[in-house]
Design a protein around this ligand. Sequence first.
Ligand SMILES: Cc1cc2nc3c(=O)[nH]c(=O)nc-3n(C[C@H](O)[C@H](O)[C@H](O)COP(=O)(O)OP(=O)(O)OC[C@H]3O[C@@H](n4cnc5c(N)ncnc54)[C@H](O)[C@@H]3O)c2cc1C
Length: 426
Amino acid sequence: MKTVLIIGSGAGGSTIANELASDFEVTVLEAGKPFTPFKGNFALLEKLRYSRLMRDERMIQWLFPAMKVRKTLQNMVLVTGSATGGSTVLSTGTALRNDTALRAIGLDLDEEFAELDAEIPVTVQHEKLWSPMTKACFKVCADLELFPAPLGKMGNFNNCKKCGHCLLGCPHDIKWDSRQILQRALQKNARLITNARVENLIRQGNTITAVKARVGRKKKIYKSDIVILSAGGLDTPLLLQSAGVNCPSTLSVDPVYCQAALIENSNQHRGLCMPFSIRRQGYMIAPYFDTLSFFFNKKWLHSSNHIFSLMIKLADENSGKIDKKGVDKGLGTIDKKYLGEAKELCRDILKTMGAKEVFDGTLNAGHPAGMLPLLPEHIEDMHHPALPENCYVADATLLPRSLGSPTILTIMAVAKRVARKIKDIK
Ligand SMILES: Cc1cc2nc3c(=O)[nH]c(=O)nc-3n(C[C@H](O)[C@H](O)[C@H](O)COP(=O)(O)OP(=O)(O)OC[C@H]3O[C@@H](n4cnc5c(N)ncnc54)[C@H](O)[C@@H]3O)c2cc1C
């Protein structure tokens, strides 16, 4: 049996591990540890706001190692997951198919999405979990003819305890994340090695013969017939660069910017995250309590009970890059135009809801993607010609343009197609 090494166990990595585990000897190398939800006391942490412990968003990793925070050279905060399940464990559980850009390059993923429909429970029937203020917000948006629509949620949300901690890992095992798919791969005899950070790929000619990883304190070499990179939209390009593959400067991140308001007893932090959204050209808006802004942004002075916030998620320009020097990514001219328009809209909504004061959140992002984008000519074999022959990518790096909306399902559908092509050439 041929061997396959998969780097990363997030949306793409878990999916492709499960798809290949019956036909190949699969090993998954995951830089993070087995995921555990945040166990700290939110109320106690709230008291520590503005203390020396909470000076910089990157400090969250001390309390919650599964959340990795970097900053771009332009000071945008980038959040990704570093644990089994990758960034999916931090997600709000929102399910959205967004394959318009993939379809535009000729990639029809209907079959893959149909499989995902059967594999992942999704519900839009969650209104009973909405707080009175969320319901009021929905009504204001509808009255303003913004056509709000409930978002699908992955998992068993009938039993949701409304703790509001989706982003810190669901403590009640209600929310779906990609560990469930990973588990299926392990049941088919795939092997998972955690705390194993791949440092570089070893290339001979047009083949990756092995990868060099740090496992705990030890350095190890793993050889394999096929190597699949699913380390996410930031780490996959870095690993490719270690093997001499140049990635274009087409990084997108779906920047997030919150407009928050003082609304007494709105208690948004204890409700369902992103219950509904408004979709507009260039961005989406959804109610969302931004934990990072709450803890680290000095404008978020009020108690968590009295803050109601709307998230603006931009479909940003694909211009930016990561390399050894860091992440070069800011807002482009068009991004700024859409952000200005979205901020005004949010202010209208919040003021109509009775907000006394509106304040800004911190510019952040959690959907890095697009540094080896699929083009029409790659679809036939799902293999970019710049890649060594036995090396594939199966994560957000392949997305042809920024989605500006939740990504998990779309990445999983792409990973399934990559798996199918690998099985075809077996
Ligand atoms: C806070 C937050 C909330 C989100 N909410 C949603 C949502 O509700 N719905 C939705 O659809 N999307 C959501 N997303 C986006 C979605 O989770 C990510 O876009 C998606 O998981 C990316 O998939 P991926 O496979 O590209 O990478 P990831 O899921 O990030 O997985 C990459 C994995 O590779 C590992 N890794 C990295 N480098 C190495 C290395 N060198 N060696 C070994 N392993 C490595 C990482 O530890 C990680 O486990 C959210 C993202 C964030 C940050």
